[in-house]
Write a protein that binds this ligand. Structure first.
Ligand code: R5P
Length: 302
């Protein structure tokens, strides 16, 4: 039987794209917030859940707000008799806190993964920040897989940018820069970043690269404060290059990020629709459909 897909409200547009590619049924649910901030959830078509594979689709940006309704929804689906409950999370939060950086500090990545692990039968995600761990299986005991937006980003660059040079601002971005540049055999550079604080980064830039007539395209997994991209853009300017096009898989744009991009004169900022945002221009729905199908039992339905 085809699965039933429940989505969080801000993933409605992505859910619609998925609906067009599958014959999956859609789950309807309601989230009531009480005046004191507590949540009550209700599944509106609960009679359709029994013995079905249920999938919850959401982005875990603003994770602290979303985690309680997410875990409650998973519990409720089980209580209503779902055969399995899977998680299709387009942006997996807390992946950057993968180490105890100071004495006494918790490793949030593991704690957060533990919460999801205990509520879901499987998990799929897109471009998780894998730095000190190389696979999701190191932090999840349930089956967990990821896909990448690199192919879709490469296609977007091919269709929209002339003479691009792909730039990964730090070693961690090498995996995206290489994959994006690979199929079109595009030139790419990977820089070095020294992070001095949440909003303070230094980018080490190579001398002697010929920028004349080339369009720098910065590619990174996450745009959060924007400082990594903005600092890289300043270095590009110093080296006589054009204002870059900035592409992030997941655009979080925290705090004053948008103002800082504008101040730096960076106008072309493109993101994937893994985190809903006005900058979304790259559709990742087909990657999510493929990943979800891989997790469903039997011959891939839909
Ligand atoms: C870091 O390791 C990530 O790959 C990104 O480079 C980082 O999260 C970007 O953060 P921000 O936009 O705050 O500089």
């Amino acid at each position: 039987m085809a699965p039933i897909l429940f989505h969080f409200p801000d993933s409605a547009s992505l859910a619609e794209s998925i609906r067009k590619q599958t014959d999956w049924e859609y789950g309807a649910w309601e989230h009531h917030r009480f005046p004191d901030g507590e949540s009550r959830l209700r599944i509106l078509n609960s009679e359709q859940v029994k013995d079905r594979d249920a999938v919850i689709l959401l982005s875990l940006d603003k994770p602290n707000q979303k985690i309680i309704p997410l875990l409650f929804l998973a519990r409720l689906l089980r209580a209503e008799g779902a055969a399995r409950v899977g998680l299709a999370v387009t942006y997996l939060a807390y992946m950057r806190q993968d180490k105890s950086f100071h004495p006494g500090e918790g490793i949030s990545q593991r704690y957060f993964a533990g919460l999801l692990d205990s509520h879901f039968d499987w998990l799929v995600t897109l471009d998780p920040h894998l730095h000190r761990i190389s696979s999701l299986t190191e932090i999840f005991t349930v089956p967990a897989r990821h896909g990448s937006a690199a192919g879709a980003i490469g296609k977007w660059i091919h269709n929209n940018i002339e003479k691009p040079v792909i730039i990964g601002p730090d070693e961690e971005s090498r995996q995206w820069a290489e994959q994006v540049a690979g199929p079109g055999n595009l030139e790419y550079l990977v820089l070095n970043k020294i992070r001095r604080g949440d909003k303070e980064v230094e980018i080490l830039f190579p001398e002697g690269f010929e920028w004349q007539g080339r369009q720098p395209v910065l590619v990174d997994d996450i745009i959060s404060t924007g400082r990594t991209m903005i600092e890289t853009a300043l270095q590009l300017e110093k080296h006589g290059a054009r204002v870059p096009v900035c592409i992030g898989v997941h655009g979080l744009f925290t705090g004053d990020a948008r103002e800082k991009f504008a101040e730096a004169g960076i106008e072309r900022i493109i993101t994937c629709d893994s985190v809903p945002d006005p900058t979304n221009a790259i559709d990742i729905s087909s990657v999510m459909v493929r990943l979800i199908k891989e997790m469903l039992p039997g011959p891939n339905p839909g």
